[in-house]
Design a protein around this ligand. Sequence first.
Ligand code: G3H
Length: 497
Amino acid sequence: MLSTNNTPKETNITKYLYNGKLEIWTGEFRKVFSPIYSKQTSNPILLGSVPDMGQSQAMKLLASAENSYDKGRGVWAISALEERVKSIIKLKELLLSKKDKLVNLLMWEIAKTKQESAMEFDRTIVYLEDTITEAMRLVDTFGKPQIIGDIKMFSQKSPLGVVLCIGPYNYPLNETFCLLIPALLMGNSVIFKPAEQGILIMDSLMEIYNECFPKGVINVFFGKGENLAPALLKTGKVDVLALIGNSKTANKLNHLHPKPNRLKTILGLEAKNIAIISNDCDIDIALKEVLLGSLAFNGQRCTAIKLVFVHKDIVEEFNSKFSQLVDSLVIGMPWEEGVKITPLPQEKKPAYLLSLIEDAQKIGATIINKKGGNIDRTLVYPTVLYPVSADMRIYNEEQFGPIVPISPYNDEQEILDYLVDSDYGQQLSLFTNNINDKLDFVNMLRNQVCRININTKCQRGPDIFPFTGRKDSAVDSLSVGDSIRAFSIDSLVSVKL
Ligand code: G3H
């Protein structure tokens, strides 16, 4: 099933970025494999290797970030925002020159389709451009003093300190930059740890960072986050924890700081976004959007639709058409034309997904699409489960994979109850042709999630829009303007006239 003849050249990362230098790593290495298997050997394809660092190296990198920030007196921290913007513009130019290489690595390492990998790259460039525009607007605004009564005030956004930044595997380029760029732009110093998958792009990125920023402003380390991040937090020298990951990790980490009030957290966490298919909706639109919303990149998006509530009146029609659509999705290799479902990069994910399917089946759900339930090593065929009920794990757990659970409903109150009791509160999609009749319902939904998408899938973009979540889905907001504010603090100079 999984095959290839054109294996990429190995990327062996032998250096790490420390204190303005790409230092040679002399310790252990971890091999990086593709979730794609070789036709010839029937084994996963070896893509390269990365340093496997321990706590002492992580501490060394932390000291480098700390020195460069120098408690707010460092070169980068005191430089003007206009100067920092120049570095971000340079970064953008260098990034553009590496597009093909980065897109190819994403495709092989996390099996994101070629088209989606290119889209991830392109939206990152747009994000950089928008952030630059927003920063220049700030420069403009802060140039002008405000006078109220007899007080004249000059305001500025100042840095927070040392940022520990941990990126995710599903958007290793885009979501990493969404944290890193505002953090750097606002004058902070960073210690960055990439996720375990989607890591090989760091080879090119470290070179780029090193060309763009003064020494020690950005430091990159490799290794197991669960071993290293707690040790870094315990030092009390991390001022900001910026993490795209899950709430359990974040909960463990943010209690470790010895002076917790000094730690700011900026978190993008898990979600269980639902779709509500009302009996008055345009069913074709709902089918198309739920298909894309639940299964794009195999459902590995924090914004993916992870539970579908369908009104009892139309559930039969919806299920039968939806199952056919799911079975028509092209399953294959990420470089193949039209392919939508690809291998999963996380080693334990297929077994986890199978356990969710089996749990639901035991309690009374069935797999309603013909190809559903098939698993071939890293390839999990999209699986539609029905009827899903509250006692099944898939009802509440974030699957982050290609399973679409469908639950029938009769009354909107059942959906409100679900949301009120949920640990998450990022977004939802509501499909209806009579939005005016549902304004009260929408108003109630607003207090449960942070974005209600009418007749369309859930999604983060455009990046100018606020992107946040309630409860265990997020802390702070990560849109272009909001993240600039998140990674900085207001500092004023006021004069009595
Ligand atoms: O994984 C979370 C991403 O921020 C989702 O972004 O909705 O644009 O796919 P997206």
